[in-house]
Design a protein around this ligand. Structure first.
Ligand SMILES: Cc1ncc(COP(=O)(O)O)c(C=O)c1O
Length: 392
């Protein structure tokens, strides 16, 4: 009988490099393998599992909701969707929302909103190194060729501005600009932070030309950075926020959040989704929003995040030839290595820590928001141990 990894190769399209751990379950910040191994998870399902695994309040909320109903079509509106929406709008300070299933679907809806309001002739911009998703519109906004090659022709009318390049921004934005998509902290691109200078210029140009500013907070939202959304650090007021990942507590859920100006662009029938806003996902998501925003978890992320950052800086000071830069906010941190990182993830796994490397050599930390100082200490200890190896 084949094991699951052999079966995976047999049954699934070969789109993923699966991590070779045969998992049984997760609890809190740990994942457990069938052989009893216990792993500290510093990647949280690609930034999704903000409250870790099997959080009791999520289990309770989901169980309660599924006994009432799971799926209803969007021909209905339900209490749980409204309760979720109220919390999300309150903490994002946006006017209205549309619920989706995923990040890429939120991006697609945002493109439609911009095209409809601003007209089809104007250009939409994104930044170099961006990642916005895998469907056609989102992929067209995704700069790196790794994600685009082989799929052209992409959506027309999309161009790129060099990341944090104020001059390029100023040269390209004009009255012919419909909108710009920005990850105020880039995730896949290697934890790159938009500078205050770039943000200030963006604000000024927006006041002049009235294009749509979209903050893609799919990875850097919902308290991960120690603020509700990453643009809050730069005092930006986007017209549209795209959200997903952590928002559903591990269930598929996303959102397009709009300012007043973008709240009445779609009328009935102009946009829709079968599963978006699923009631069970909203029940789980409501727990996340309560824990993160109302019960103090985000504040803890902000202070513990500083501790994590400083511990990593200490390692950089000890090993400057191995670490080029530490950057990030809260629990979204990147450590750019000057050494070959190809065996880093495996070495960490052998020490029972799950970590990730993105954009070639940036160790990307996206732990569950519930990690405590003791988990950070454990991670940092193993991290230094591995960095000291002559990774090949
Ligand atoms: C910033 C950003 N935008 C969009 C997406 C796409 O989200 P999804 O994978 O849910 O479609 C991602 C996923 O990693 C992301 O990090």
């Amino acid at each position: 009988m084949d094991n699951i990894f052999e079966k995976e190769k047999k049954y699934f399209l070969p789109t993923y490099n699966r991590i070779p751990i045969d998992l049984s379950h997760g609890k809190g910040v740990y994942l457990f393998a069938k052989n009893g191994d216990k792993y500290l998870d510093f990647f949280s399902g690609l930034g999704v599992n903000a409250l870790g695994y099997a959080h009791p309040a999520i289990v309770e909320a989901v169980t309660k909701q599924i006994t009432l109903f799971g799926h209803l079509s969007n021909n209905y509106i339900t209490d749980i969707q409204v309760e979720f929406a109220e919390l999300l709008l309150k903490h994002s300070q946006m006017d209205k929302l549309f619920l989706t299933n995923s990040g890429t679907e939120s991006i697609e809806g945002a493109i439609k909103l911009i095209r409809k309001k601003q007209g089809r002739e104007k250009k939409i911009f994104a930044l170099t190194n961006s990642f916005h998703g895998r469907t056609y519109g989102a992929m067209s906004l995704t700069a790196r060729s790794k994600y685009r090659d082989g799929f052209q022709p992409l959506l027309p009318g999309i161009e790129f501005i060099n990341f944090n390049d104020v001059e390029d921004l100023t040269n390209k934005i004009s009255e012919d600009t419909a909108g710009i998509f920005v990850e105020f902290i880039q995730g896949e691109g290697g934890i790159n932070l938009i500078s205050q200078q770039f943000a200030d210029q963006l604000k000024e140009l927006k006041n002049k030309f009235d294009f749509a500013l979209v903050s893609d907070c799919i990875q850097c939202g919902i308290g991960r950075t120690g603020m509700p959304f990453s643009h809050n650090y730069l005092n930006m007021e986007p017209d549209i926020i795209t959200s997903a990942k952590a928002i559903g507590g591990g269930l598929p859920l996303g959102a397009i959040l709009t300012s007043k100006e973008y709240s009445n662009i779609f009328d009935v029938g102009k946009h829709g989704t079968t599963f978006g806003g699923n009631s069970v996902s909203c029940a789980a998501g409501k727990v996340v929003l309560e824990e993160v925003f109302e019960k103090g978890l985000m504040k803890k992320v902000a202070s513990n995040g500083k501790y994590l950052f400083n511990r990593l800086l200490e390692i950089q000071n000890r090993l400057p030839e191995k670490i080029k830069e530490v950057r990030g906010r809260g629990y979204m941190v990147g450590v750019e290595l000057s050494i070959d990182s190809s065996h880093f993830v495996k070495e960490m796994r052998e020490r029972k820590v799950l970590a990730n490397v993105t954009n070639v050599n940036v160790v990307r930390l996206l732990p569950p928001l519930i990690v405590e100082l003791e988990h950070i200490d454990y991670f940092v200890e193993k991290f230094e141990e591995v960095i000291k190896l002559n990774l090949k």
